[in-house]
Design a protein around this ligand. Sequence first.
Ligand SMILES: O=C(CO)[C@H](O)[C@H](O)COP(=O)(O)O
Length: 253
Amino acid sequence: MEPRTSQDTAKVVSGTAAIDAYVSDGMIIGLGSGTTSHWFVRKLGEAVAGGLDVIGVPTSTGTRDLALEVGVPLTTLEDVEHLDVTIDGADEIDGDGAMIKGGGACLLWERIVADASRRMVAVVDESKVVETLGAFPLPIEIVPFSWESTRRSVAALLERLGYRNPDLPLRMNGHEPVVTDSGNYLIDAHLQRILDPVALDGQLNWIPGVVENGLFTGIADEMVIGRADGTHEIRDVSSAPSARPSTTGRETK
Ligand SMILES: O=C(CO)[C@H](O)[C@H](O)COP(=O)(O)O
């Protein structure tokens, strides 16, 4: 498969640069989801065919299927405790490396895999880098049971935090709700500007019925920004604050 647009090219550049900079023999690697991550997985498949010895842990059923197709050997978090690095995309990323993720509905597995990783690298094209998060609607994964009540609780929290009447649509696929790989629903919070992502990340998951939210603060250690002209830039964001302590492989920031 070849890149067709200049944005595709930037995504390939980012994924390839991440392999060169962060992947080596013997590593266990978290494989992100979304189009940028999938370019990375295809390039990783080529590297494996060329002799690179790595094992991947996929962050979605879609990534699992692609990895199997391109020949990246897989394991799961049941069989390994820690990963060396996770390489994953983002819908938006700010200067501190705080991200909005979940546009592809995979935020829960992405968060679990990143949390089990000693290092997390965000691979993005330059259109994803923003001053302030929030133009991209924030995905919030909720259990189907009583989902309207959970949505009311999310609305009440957002109101208390100063967001006026945000639109909170249930993500749909035609006439049916989108169902995640874990069998949950998603609401997409249209917030426009998220002024304190660390606080919001910390508070959303306290709501009963919320499983995970797409604000990933203090998770990325580096971001690799790919450009359509073939160049890339690596930024260290490892000292950024985190809303939640890591429970597994990551150092608490
Ligand atoms: O969080 C994600 C999926 O849940 C993706 O990483 C995010 O949506 C970015 O996707 P893409 O690389 O296609 O722009």
